[in-house]
Unconditional design. Sequence first.
Length: 170
Amino acid sequence: MMLLWPNGDDASGDGVYWLLDGARDPGIVQWLRSGELRFSCLYSGQMTPSLEAAAPYLVQLMPKSPATRELLERGWGRAWGIFIFAPAALPMPAIRLHLKKFLRVRTEDKKLLMFRYYDPRVLSVFLPTCTDEEFTKFLGPLNRLLVELDEGERWNIFDLEDRSLRIVSA
C-alpha cells in the first residue's frame, strides 16, 4: 500500500486507479460488480458476455477501503493491469476518455488493431520505446503510471521529468 499511497492512508494526493485487464481473470468483472469500488469499462455500447468479461476496467482505489485491499491481494503479482496516478481534481470520466484513445492503433500498412496496453507485460516493453513526445501524449493529463514486473516483485514508475520520460525502477 505504501507504493500507492506514500503518505499512508492520506487520500489528499493523487487519485489512484487500477486499469484492470478482464482477460487476465474471468472473475474480475463479477468481483467489481459485487463490490463497492467505483469502476467503468473502457469499451462502450452493447457487448457479448465474453467480451464484457475480457474488457478493460478503470477502477478507483481508495486507501482505507477493505475492497481496495482485497482487490490488491487478489490481483497484485498476477499482471492484472496498470496503476494510474491522476490529479485528484481530474474526474474519472475524463481519465476514461483519455485512456480510450489508445485502445486501437493503426499499423504502417493501415490495419486497425486492438492495443492491450493495459497489460503490464505489454506496457513495460512499449513505454521505453516511446519518444519523449509520444510518452507525453500517452500520459496526457495523468501524473504517472506504475507497472508491476516479475509477478509483483519489481515495478517501474513512468512519469515526466523536465518534459522527458523518466523510468524509476524498484
